[in-house]
Ligand binder design. Structure first.
Ligand SMILES: *Cc1c(COP(=O)(O)O)cnc(C)c1O
Length: 421
């Protein structure tokens, strides 16, 4: 069983907490850099391989800057995400707009930035042209429908709101070709948090065959094939991580078997991975406020579902350790909760942990993607700070914690500071 390790000593963590009170998310820059380098190395055989980091996973410009330095682009799904990417120095075609139900201002910004636009529907062609004009490069998101098995989070493709049917896809490229576009890409995302290597290879094969068919029927040579995100991470210590080198080799075989004989020798492979890039290298640090014993034994933290909603929303497992008690036997069974007036606000249910005392610090693992970013203000809860452990070991505040003033900032109809009576 793989052991999960927190990158800081208890002493160092105490020092940080003195300056930045819990709860907070803290990210490990060195580990993130090594991780994305591994992805690029695994695909070094693939011409022009791209990773467009899914900004929604951790929309912090400091993290985006780090990823940009390592060669990543950005996958955006909103106007603020487009602006974040641009501000982090990720520009032009290093930005991919993969959104759905897209408003005009997003298309306009994407055109202004020279981003690659990945359309979610055939009807968006007209909407895009009318509201923003046509881009240089266009891509469409394919929804394969009932031919492929989805998984729990993304569900069955035919039930998913995303993408075009195969028929629509052919019609859409034809329209774009007739409108004079010359550069095309193809996109899909059919899996989420997937740990089986074979699923990515199967998706690549499906997409490669589709690209060949598009070339034969419409004479379009895909410039890139974007396989989306969805690379899983082992949230549970007993799970095995995706073998990205094996995935790459499987995709290489398919590339050589399907694309090259069809003359698609320069087609780029792209991913929009978020979770697998930063997920394992973020940690939510919280303090134990209360222990409550009723029909069950509850440990109440100063963090809540507002800081990490995956357990409450999906029943997702996040590993947890108690600082200084990492090697103690897990002899207690706890529900570990936050303070929202929602019974699903639990980080763990029936979790075996060592005996916990008030004031203990708890580390919740794998919060580097879809963690802080999913935060919300329900019950008047404020979003936490984000910290970065830099490669030199020093700690930088990369987002301050929200204050009550932030909470009140959008409220109109009363005057004066909240501190006034
Ligand atoms: C969420 C999402 C991603 C990133 O997914 P991960 O699970 O973080 O890899 C990529 N592309 C699209 C279109 C998405 O919606």
């Amino acid at each position: 069983m793989a052991k999960k390790n927190f990158p800081l000593t208890a002493e160092k963590l105490e020092e940080i907490i003195k300056k930045y009170p819990t709860p907070f998310h803290i990210y490990d820059e060195r580990a993130i850099r090594l991780n994305i380098r591994r992805l690029f190395k695994a695909f070094d055989w693939a011409p022009g391989f791209r990773e467009y980091y899914a900004v929604k996973a951790a929309p912090n410009p400091r993290l985006l800057q780090i990823l940009r330095q390592e060669g990543a682009g950005a996958d955006c799904s909103s106007l603020p995400e487009l602006i974040l990417a641009d501000k982090a120095g990720i520009t032009g075609e290093s930005i991919m707009l993969t959104s759905n139900d897209t408003p005009a201002d997003e298309f306009q910004k994407a055109i202004e930035l020279g981003a690659i636009i990945n359309l979610d529907d055939i009807s968006h062609i007209e909407y895009l042209e009318k509201n923003a004009g046509l881009p240089k490069v266009i891509s469409f998101r394919y929804n394969p429908g009932p031919v492929i098995e989805g998984n729990d989070i993304i569900g069955k493709p035919e039930e998913a709101k995303y993408g075009l049917t195969k028929e629509q896809l052919f019609a859409a490229y034809k329209i774009m070709k007739e409108k004079g576009l010359k550069r095309f890409g193809l996109h899909t995302m059919v899996i989420s948090n997937e740990l089986h290597d074979g699923a990515f290879i199967a998706t690549a094969e499906m997409m490669f065959k589709l690209a060949v068919e598009l070339k034969e029927k419409l004479g379009i040579a895909m410039e890139f094939i974007n396989l989306g995100g969805g690379i899983g991470i082992p949230y549970r210590p007993e799970e095995k991580e995706v073998n990205i080198e094996a995935v790459s080799q499987g995709i290489k075989k398919a590339y050589e078997k399907i694309l090259i004989p069809a003359g698609l020798v320069q087609t780029q492979i792209a991913f929009e991975s978020g979770r697998a890039i930063t997920g394992p290298y973020g940690y939510l640090v919280a303090t134990v406020l209360h222990e409550k014993k009723t029909y069950k034994d509850y440990i109440g933290l100063d963090a809540s579902m507002a800081n990490l909603m995956r357990p409450g929303m999906y029943g997702a497992y996040h590993h947890m350790t108690v600082v200084g008690k990492e090697n103690e036997p897990c002899t207690c069974t706890y529900d570990v909760t936050g303070s929202l007036c929602e019974n699903c606000d639990k980080f763990a249910i029936n979790r075996k942990l060592p005996p916990i005392s008030i004031g203990d610090k708890v580390i919740i693992y794998d919060t580097g993607a879809h963690g802080h970013s999913m935060g919300f203000n329900y019950n008047g809860k404020l979003r936490s700070a984000e910290l970065l452990i830099k490669t030199d070991g020093t700690v930088e505040l990369i987002r301050r914690a929200e204050t009550i003033d932030d909470y009140f900032a959008t409220l109109t109809g009363f005057s004066g500071s909240i501190m006034d009576k």
